[in-house]
Design a protein around this ligand. Structure first.
Ligand SMILES: [Zn+2]
Length: 165
């Protein structure tokens, strides 16, 4: 099982590198290891830095099947934002309310090497945005204005980090 990286590990704060195309067998293999890891750690999404790889790769447990997103970006965001409680496998025990656009236009490359554009809504838009944040070194605790659980743990997860405003 791929080990899970826990904050304040500095890899979680690095901007990840683009995956070069066509996809290497190594990246394919990493993605395929991330599916069982996401299930094992009981997450709805998992980004490569959370398993120690600074790459633009993430997996999401969509309603249809677990899906990998390579070099994912957000092209458009709805004006309408929704607030929802989030947590993160790399910040165990902490939850907080985060406001995010309700809908986004996502562009990514599939494991099959195809570029796709797709509007995501609701929970899938939420998870996609949370994971893309990971690829940019951003954690949900940077965005929350209301910690609902585990505020006493925050200092442990952010020690030695510069305060981001
Ligand atoms: Zn996370």
């Amino acid at each position: 099982m791929l080990p899970l990286v826990i904050a304040p590990d500095p890899i979680l704060r690095k901007v990840t590198e683009q995956v070069s195309l066509p996809l290497s067998a190594e990246v394919q293999a990493l993605a395929k290891q991330m599916f069982p890891a996401m299930k094992h750690y009981d997450g709805i999404g998992l980004a490569a830095p959370q398993v120690g790889r600074s790459l633009q790769l993430m997996v999401v447990n969509t309603p249809l099947e677990p899906t990998a997103y390579v070099n994912p970006v957000i092209l458009k965001r709805s004006w309408k934002k929704v607030a929802m409680e989030e947590g993160c496998l790399s910040i165990p025990g902490v939850f907080g309310i985060v406001k995010r656009p309700q809908k986004i236009l996502a562009r990514y490359v599939t494991l099959g090497g195809q570029t796709r554009e797709e509007w995501l809504d609701g929970l899938m838009a939420r998870v996609y945005q949370h994971e893309v944040d990971h690829l940019n070194g951003v954690l949900f605790i940077d965005k929350t204005k209301e910690i609902t659980q585990g505020s006493e743990l925050l200092a442990k997860y952010t020690q030695n980090e510069k305060i981001k405003m």
